[in-house]
Design a protein around this ligand. Structure first.
Ligand SMILES: Cc1ncc(COP(=O)(O)O)c(C=O)c1O
Length: 341
């Protein structure tokens, strides 16, 4: 395997994570053997995919003497929760700009509860206001924190940019080691795509470590055309920020590579899970003891199983699905889940 020079990172994630074959699922359903990359086990409260990206983002912030992290996302954003806890762990100030407002009188649940415990400050905005004023919200927050004497490091939605994708370049290298260890050679890796950085990192990494492996994202919001350009944008940002480190990669091919998006599983919208997704979550919990979340991994895994049912991937012996975490996002769905089985 080629040797890559990675930028500095702060060690936050518990890696390598296990690669677990879902043999009971295969015995039940047939088809390829699905191996789960258990990135839901990168930590307990810092669990999921975001912490891998934050290792590189936080190092950049600290190395450049920033004292506060500001980021944004949906009200149950896993990325925001992870950023708030990383900031607490590293002694940084943190502010979250959240899309959506807590329900009056309701106690904080899931990721929101952890945000509150982390001691970060939070501003809540209606979706309409957030969607049209996000840059302004970042600017105002930066002004306020500067007035408190902070140097502010803005982290984009999902930690998806040229810095964050290093986390999944490293994960691609880790996966190739897993494949050697188990003596398998999967042709496809499938992941939930929400802001694009995880898929961008895996694509970039695989272009270098094993270009025979394709990376597919099941989008949980927006559409294929949006993610084709967003993911290429993240890779381009990475390439321009890290020209020297990017040299061993096949950048000529990578910068014009096709982005594989499996469309058709957003359902009624981002963070809305239908009965079929909830049924897949319940089934996988009972069959394998693996718990997916309704917003990302459950939707994407349901998409993967539906594609296999339609005949896709049936020529492949082994498939890899990256379990990107999101467990705390399950709890606000407790009522829906209870009535679904
Ligand atoms: C649990 C979980 N899985 C997958 C994703 C998607 O990752 P990305 O934003 O890098 O596309 C996210 C965040 O958006 C997430 O929180």
């Amino acid at each position: 395997m080629l040797t890559i020079t990675y930028p500095d990172k702060v060690t936050l994630a518990h890696t390598p994570t296990p690669l677990q074959p879902l043999r009971r699922l295969q015995a039940d359903t047939g088809g390829p053997l699905i191996w789960l990359k258990r990135d839901d086990m990168t930590g307990s409260t810092l669990s999921g995919n975001k912490v891998r990206k934050l290792e590189f983002i936080a190092a950049k912030a600290i190395n450049n003497n920033f004292t506060a992290l500001v980021t944004c996302g949906g009200i149950q954003s896993n990325h925001c929760r992870a950023t708030a806890l990383v900031a607490a762990q590293l002694g940084l100030r943190c502010h979250l700009i959240l899309r959506g407002e807590p329900i009056d009188g309701a106690v904080a649940d899931g990721n929101l509860l952890l945000n509150e415990l982390s001691g970060c400050s939070i501003s809540y905005h209606s979706s309409a206001y957030y969607n049209t004023n996000l840059s302004e919200l970042f600017r105002l927050t930066e002004n306020q924190l500067q007035a408190e004497g902070h140097r502010v490091f803005n982290v984009p939605t999902g930690g998806s940019n040229g810095d964050g994708i290093w986390g999944y370049i490293a994960a691609a290298e880790e996966l190739c080691r897993d494949f050697c260890h188990y003596g398998i050679h999967p042709q496809s890796i499938i992941v939930a795509t929400g802001s694009g950085g995880t898929q961008a990192g895996l694509m970039t990494g695989m272009s270098c470590f094993d270009s025979s492996i394709s990376v597919y994202g099941v989008n949980v919001c927006d559409d294929a055309s949006y993610f084709s350009s967003k993911i290429q944008q993240d890779i381009t940002d990475w390439h321009s920020k890290y020209p020297l480190e990017a040299e061993p990669f096949n950048c000529g091919e990578l910068l014009k590579a096709r982005v594989n998006i499996i469309e058709g599983y957003v359902g009624d919208g981002y963070a809305i899970a239908n009965a079929a997704v909830l049924a897949t979550i319940s089934r996988m919990s009972r069959l394998e003891g693996v718990v997916f979340d309704p917003v990302y991994t459950g939707k994407a895994f349901h998409g993967l199983l539906s594609e296999i049912k339609k005949g896709r991937f049936l020529d492949q012996k082994d498939l890899v699905f990256v379990h990107t975490g999101g467990l705390f996002g399950l709890f606000p769905f407790a009522k829906q889940l209870a009535s679904s089985h």
